[in-house]
Design a protein. Structure first.
Length: 101
């Protein structure tokens, strides 16, 4: 049966390596738990990355459309010029005076 030393503080402080000696059974349990924790964290990272990627793929086109709509809808002067309406004068489109014919 071989004794394993657990990682710990060096000789300058803390416990001595003799106090931290692991049996083969304890070392096997330590390695098993370490591998299990690694698998769990890897799955969690993968799931988190997938959620963030889907969120970005959904929100990016919406942001582009929102910017376009904001630019197009909020520019009322361009809308008036594009329709051929007079921007001043108070008349209705197509009439030269404020009176109905």
């Amino acid at each position: 049966m071989t004794a394993h030393h657990a990682p710990g503080p060096d000789a300058s402080g803390g416990s001595t390596p003799a106090d931290r000696t692991l049996t083969a059974e304890q070392h096997a349990e330590y390695e098993r738990l370490r591998r299990a924790a690694g698998v769990r964290h890897r799955r969690l990272r993968g799931a988190g990355a997938s959620v963030l990627l889907v969120l970005a793929l959904v929100l990016a086109p919406l942001a582009v459309v929102a910017a376009w709509v904001q630019d197009t809808v909020s520019d009322t002067d361009r809308s008036v010029r594009g329709a051929g309406w007079p921007s001043t004068g108070g008349g209705s489109p197509g009439s030269s005076s404020g009176r109905a014919p």
